[in-house]
Design a protein. Structure first.
Length: 162
């Protein structure tokens, strides 16, 4: 059983170490990080999962971005410690945080990832949405939390105003 809680400032470096463990070196050079530079993650949606002993098992963060004048919720990174993978924790983090996002009034979510994995949550490839290069356009995925939330949303993804 995992305890899901809002990420606190004291969790930051432990979560960063988890991301370093789970992702390739140089992850911060990816275009997604340019959209996060100078912007704080959305505190109410950035969650950590700990086991009953308090050991960090997984984490998820969300960031505000824009496509034109429209606000979009940008999911990522999400990571599960290698010793806890295959237990459904990643799905739990995504599903629980999407419920929170809907409750906070977000209606569209963007991520860069593998379509075969994320389609089970309702993410679909987006056409007409451009991430900063280099990003494989087939990995740009979106999910509507409200009917028609992505209708007419096209253009370049940019950092949200601070």
């Amino acid at each position: 059983m995992f305890h899901l809680n809002r990420e606190k400032e004291a969790d930051w470096w432990e979560v960063e170490a988890l991301y370093d463990l789970c992702f390739a070196p140089g992850r911060e050079a990816l275009s997604a990080y340019r959209l996060r530079d100078g912007t704080a993650p959305i505190a109410a949606l950035s969650q950590v999962a700990r086991d009953p002993d308090g050991i960090l098992a997984g984490a998820i963060r969300y960031w505000p971005v824009c496509i034109g004048a429209r606000k979009v919720l940008f999911l990522g990174p999400i990571a599960v410690h290698p010793t806890r993978q295959g237990e459904g924790l990643g799905s739990y983090l995504i599903n629980e945080s999407l419920v929170l996002a809907l409750g906070l009034g977000w209606n569209r979510v963007l991520l860069v990832g593998d379509a075969p994995y994320y389609k089970k949550f309702g993410f679909r490839p987006l056409s007409g949405v451009e991430m900063p290069p280099p990003t494989n356009s087939k990995r740009i995925l979106g999910m509507s939390l409200a009917l028609g939330a992505w209708d007419g949303v096209q253009g370049s993804v940019t950092r949200a105003p601070t």
